[in-house]
Design a protein around this ligand. Structure first.
Ligand SMILES: [Zn+2]
Length: 156
């Protein structure tokens, strides 16, 4: 009954929120990458906070629960593997995350960059991006924020 919903660009099996699933269905039908610059604004409704040579800094449209901040740093070239990243982009990334840490007075949190085959990464969008998360320890019923790596095995 559950057919795998994975394309070259997205993996619907890894989508979390209902609205996200609906948007990703449109993406699947359009057969293009929602994080590539020319398509990003069609689906991503959060403001772009900064754009540099290699990265777009924005907020996650569907932030994880119990996060105070959930930033996305999207690589500007369509890339899937870590080996597609330019070393100079790495330097720029570290400059940007330092800036975010300071501007938003982030006390602590985590960085995650999933990569490659979405069955392994559990990512929804198969285009390299970095997540910067500060948990919201004051949110009611706080539970620790967890980032999943590795998709659920589909039952035969
Ligand atoms: Zn892309």
């Amino acid at each position: 009954m559950t057919k795998k919903q994975k394309t070259q660009f997205i993996n619907l099996d890894n989508a979390r929120e209902e609205e996200q699933k609906l948007v990703m269905k449109d993406v699947a039908e359009a057969e293009h990458c929602p994080f590539c610059r020319e398509n990003l604004c069609k689906y991503h409704k959060q403001p772009i906070l900064k754009e540099t040579k290699f990265w777009i800094v924005t907020k996650n449209q569907w932030p994880y629960k119990h996060t105070k901040h959930h930033f996305l740093l999207i690589y500007k070239v369509h890339a899937v593997s870590l080996s597609d990243l330019s070393p100079t982009a790495g330097q720029e990334l570290f400059e940007l995350i330092t800036e975010i840490e300071q501007s938003f007075k982030i006390k602590g949190g985590g960085l995650a960059m999933r990569f490659g085959d979405t069955d392994y990464s559990a990512g929804t969008i198969n285009h390299l991006h970095v997540q910067l998360i500060e948990p919201d320890l004051d949110s009611p019923d706080f539970v620790p924020v967890r980032i999943k790596i590795g998709g659920e095995k589909t039952k035969a």
